[in-house]
Design a protein around this ligand. Sequence first.
Ligand code: SAH
Length: 254
Amino acid sequence: MNAKVWLVGAGPGDPELLTLKAVRALREADVVLIDDLVNVAVLEHCPTARIIPVGKRGGCRSTPQAFIHRLMLRYVRQGKCVVRLKGGDPCIFGRGGEEAQWLRQYGVEVELVNGITAGLAGATRCDIPLTLRGVARGVTLVTAHTQDDSQLNWQALAQGGTTLVVYMGVAKLGEIRDQLLAGGMAVNTPVAMIENASLPQQRECRSDLLGMEDEAHRFQLKSPAILVIGAVAAAEAQAVLERELPAMAAGQSA
Ligand code: SAH
């Protein structure tokens, strides 16, 4: 009996970014519940499974979360192997944690499988090193969208010295800019905006903190997109490297 629920990250879109573990889960699946940011090309790994779309894009018709919970429970109680396939990583703005917890309270066996989250994939596909020695000592993933309108500590983000990767930010560019400026971030902080990361239709545009909203309008930036804010997002990552190389070399010889 292989009744269990796998909560699986399908990665950002490029089917080659699927993990081998995700492929194994798909091969074992009787039922696959699929989110709408998942590239359906990955379904080639589960040709006989029953596929149920449960997408819930912001602003569109959506499947209520409680319904998805009950659907997973129903199938696993029938002895089925259920794969819940999510875009990116299941635990990065993906409700993986709450779905696992909810299922476990009914004694269901649950296994979470990492996927490559959109923020990391988007940056890499644009040659942006999110951490770069001497430039950014860390990276912070945040969402601009909250259900309860709670506020991030933008001042801490503005002054933290880490690269910021913002999810679900396309409709909130003005607000993000204002909050970071008010928090003390420099107007000319480089920004990269990456749409459809890792897919053939990927597009990117570069700007700075002050100009990012206007630039996004000109570019007609659309969701899904991530923002990378920080020195590492300079139009020429190479320029950052070259500027920093002497310091790095000095560090190495010391
Ligand atoms: N669990 C997902 C994130 C889901 S939240 C992950 O780890 O990637 C949805 C947001 O993710 C979108 O609004 C967008 O900001 C981002 N996103 C997802 N797929 C994307 C892609 N291919 N390109 C750019 N951004 C993407």
